[in-house]
Design a binder for this molecule. Structure first.
Ligand code: ADP
Ligand code: MG
Length: 307
């Protein structure tokens, strides 16, 4: 009977050595292959990161160039605005001056109708004058050309002056004013004209935001090494979305149903710029329908002895 031999039975000791040799060789080849793949992967990772870095650098250079260009354009725009403003200032001064002169009865007798028209010219040129002043200040702050006259300022004289300026405005709009100033406040180091400007802008904003019968409060008190000013209203408030942009130049909140705010949207950005230059800080809290509270600080004068 024929015996069918299995493969195992066929293979001789020599055959198994060949097989073992083959396996070892394959294993070595696999290892080599794995090593070179690993090497390749490392190379790819290294090169990718080099390329990413190079791209990042290129992007940064490009971004910086775009930013510089934008800054340059912004500066050119401000220079252009200041040229136009100066051209507008001369005729405006004439309009304002001559309309006031005509209203003075000693120059010529004027009837009620003419007086009414002259009054309109006068009020509008006054508004334009303030707009021009704001534009000049705003461009100067942006160009770093504003001059401050910081000195030793008595806070009580500021308080009395702003109270007097605002009295008629509060009366006209039937707003209830609340004034409070702490006793024995030290002097501050600031430019008094600029402090009045900041207070007037905040108080005018508060008046514009508030309906007749509402309250606007001004408080002044000491806070650490500063004197803190607080202007609060019970008015319309500012939404969270608008709060982010309120200190931006020309930013005006759009109130669809009311026409409360009529200015160019420069006041708060100027206040912010002026306070930075006087080492002060401005911030606020507000909620729609609940009113707003604006705060700013100014440093206490250190060159004089305080009680
Ligand atoms: N107290 C406030 N309550 C509600 N909205 C305010 C208040 N103060 C400022 N705003 C909003 O911020 C905008 C910018 O104010 P501001 O920079 O003072 O502009 P402007 O120069 O026109 O007075 C205003 O148009 C108004 O919408
Ligand atoms: Mg304002």
């Amino acid at each position: 009977m024929n015996k069918v031999l299995s493969n195992k039975e066929f293979s001789s000791p020599d055959d198994s050595a060949v097989v073992r040799n083959d396996t070892t060789k394959r294993k070595q080849e696999d290892k080599g292959l794995q090593e070179s793949r690993c090497h390749l992967e490392q190379g790819v990772t290294k090169r990718t990161s080099q390329l990413e870095n190079a791209n990042k650098k290129k992007r940064t250079v490009k971004l910086k160039a775009a930013y510089d260009e934008l800054k340059e354009l912004e500066a050119q725009k401000d220079i252009f605005i200041s040229i136009i403003i100066h051209e507008l200032q001369t005729p405006l001064t004439s309009i304002k001056g001559f309309s006031q002169l005509l209203m003075d009865n000693s120059i010529a007798k004027i009837d009620t109708k003419t007086r009414h028209y002259l009054d309109i010219i006068n009020r509008n040129s006054e508004r334009m004058y303030h707009l021009i002043r704001d534009l000049i200040d705003s461009t100067k702050i942006n160009l770093g050309q504003i001059k401050m006259f910081s000195t030793n300022v008595n806070v009580y004289s500021i308080f009395n002056e702003i109270k007097e300026i605002m009295e008629e405005i509060f009366n006209d709009k039937k707003i209830i004013p609340v004034f409070h100033i702490e006793n024995d406040l030290p002097n501050i180091n600031a430019d008094p004209g600029r402090v009045i400007y900041i207070l007037k802008n905040l108080l005018m904003n508060a008046v514009q935001a508030t309906e007749s019968g509402g309250t606007v409060t001004l408080k002044i008190y000491k806070n650490g090494k500063c004197v803190q000013f607080e202007v609060q209203d019970t008015g319309i408030g500012i939404s969270e979305e608008n709060q982010k942009y309120i200190f931006k130049r020309f930013y005006q909140v759009k109130y669809p149903l009311t026409k409360q705010f009529t200015g160019p949207g420069l006041g708060l950005s100027i206040c912010n710029g002026l306070l930075e230059l006087m080492n002060g800080v401005i911030w606020f809290e507000s909620a729609p329908g609940k009113g707003s509270k604006f705060y700013f600080t100014l440093p206490i004068e250190v060159n004089v002895k305080h009680p």
